[in-house]
Design a protein around this ligand. Structure first.
Ligand SMILES: [Zn+2]
Length: 207
């Protein structure tokens, strides 16, 4: 015997396939629409820019401190080398034995190479801190989600889209009217893990 049921499941909004077995299209389109909406929202970019600027600045400050300390140690070592002061005063041509000068050249270039390696290591370590530093600044960002009772949440008024897309409007009205059938259908779909938000139709499906 044929039964009539109010909470019949709709077919896939994208390809029209029957609701079971579930096809991936609605979920894929929803993900795409969410990402596109997020990209259109300037707040996300502002947060990313703010976090990145502060994280980058913090990493640079730390690196400059490390490099400065290493440079001081490097200069201290050079100054401790025999004849280095003479070498410096005579612009690299001090009046000393060639063998001694050769040794000094070797020591200076070794020290310079070690200094360079150390600076590279400081930079590498500074950059490895990015995940923690980014987390830190993201966690400083405050955000406020509106109350569910807020009329802007429960009775949203969409702008031009309502005029341009009559079918969207029709759909929205039926939900706003509190149609028990619509609500049941949506609850049912949500319970199955397919979660089109009540007021957000699939992109492309109603154009
Ligand atoms: Zn489909």
């Amino acid at each position: 015997m044929a039964t009539v049921s109010g909470d019949i499941d709709p077919s896939c909004a994208i390809c029209g396939a029957p609701p079971f077995p579930e096809c991936p299209h609605e979920g894929e389109r929803m993900e795409l629409a969410l990402n596109q909406a997020q990209a259109r929202w300037s707040g996300m970019q502002e947060i990313r820019d703010w976090v990145l600027n502060h994280a980058r600045n913090q990493v640079m400050v730390t690196f400059h401190q490390l490099r400065q300390l290493r440079y001081q140690a490097h200069v201290g070592y050079l100054q401790s080398l025999p004849c280095f002061t003479l070498y410096y005063r005579y612009n690299g041509q001090p009046p000393i034995q060639p063998a001694q000068l050769h040794l000094l050249h070797t020591q200076i270039s070794q020290a310079n190479a070690i200094f360079k390696q150390g600076v590279d290591e400081d930079w590498r370590r500074s950059c490895l801190r990015y995940p923690d530093v980014l987390d830190y600044y993201f966690n400083l960002v405050g955000f406020v989600l509106p109350e569910e009772q807020d009329s802007a949440v429960s009775n949203p008024v969409f702008g031009a889209s309502a005029k341009e897309r009559p079918r969207v409007k029709a759909k929205k009205e039926s939900v706003d009217a509190g149609s028990a059938k619509e609500l049941r259908k949506k609850e049912h779909r949500r319970s199955r893990g397919r979660t089109p938000p009540p007021h957000a139709p699939m992109p492309g499906a109603y154009r």
